[in-house]
Design a protein around this ligand. Sequence first.
Ligand code: BMA
Length: 329
Amino acid sequence: MTDSQPHFSSNVSCSAHLLPWEDAPAGDRPVWRSSQNPIIPRFPLPGFHSVYNSAVVSWKDGFAGVFRVEHLNNASFLHRGFSQDGVSWEIDPAPIAFQNENSGTLPVKSGYDPRLCKVNDDYLVTWCNTAQGATIGLGRTRDFENFSFVGDCFLPYNRNGVMFPRKINGMYKMLSRPSDNAHTLFGDIHLSESPDLIYWGRHKQVMKAKTNPWENVKIGPGPIPIETPDGWLMIYHAVRGLCNGFSYSMGAALLDLEDPSKVIVRGKNFLMTPETIYETTGVTPNVIFPCSCLMDESDGRLAIYYGAADTCLALCFSTVERILDYIQS
Ligand code: BMA
């Protein structure tokens, strides 16, 4: 691979000098953790309990993000934040105030697990909007100052709405995980499409949870998929049932470029599973929950942001090539 031949694209890319990065340690692990983890620890700001499952993008000469901030009453809200290096973040203490694009009451209350996807000039925010029962709320911003609410994309209940960074065959596409109103005991990844971000249909199942132990309960899409010459690289969370609860790992699969409801390859093993103290200990032990990813388009290096144990925000690294080799082996 040479610098003159970018192989990958994603609208969350950033230039080489900006990407948060640490070289791989010795060994053949597909993904490795930042030595600075957790990059946002427990009790990050006065008056707030925690920041975890959050979405970041490259923005101006640094980064911007939409963060899941849990308040002292345990309700989560979306807050914006900014960073120069992608590791130290300044988070706005006020939740994002969405303005409604349509008339009527603004159905945005508490919200969690945001994703951010740049499509043309818009940064689309998708998240679990609880106003009418958990489902995927969709909003947008161009400046991270003014945010508008487009609407809820699906009927309740649904979680983990993840947009593709461009239209495919003239349609917006979104992955999601239909669910119930509790700590859902099932969950498969589905694909939906829309001509206008308002009306969503042609729903297709992409991948089901599997019988092998690390993903035997449910699976849900994580960061915005990355376009490679071989297909869309989808990083996802996968849930295992244990005698005392769930364990959330990170996995990867490759989806067809023209029809991302078709799975080309699915890794048989996890990319990463809870091991460190900040992943195994916290409000919800044993949770790795990836929601966003930055990439250097020139060489495919990845910085993946994940919530750890529903308590803090952590960072890990890999490359597109390394993950593709791993899931194809
Ligand atoms: C999921 C979501 C996530 C959370 C995870 C583990 O269903 O609610 O926000 O991180 O459970 O508790």
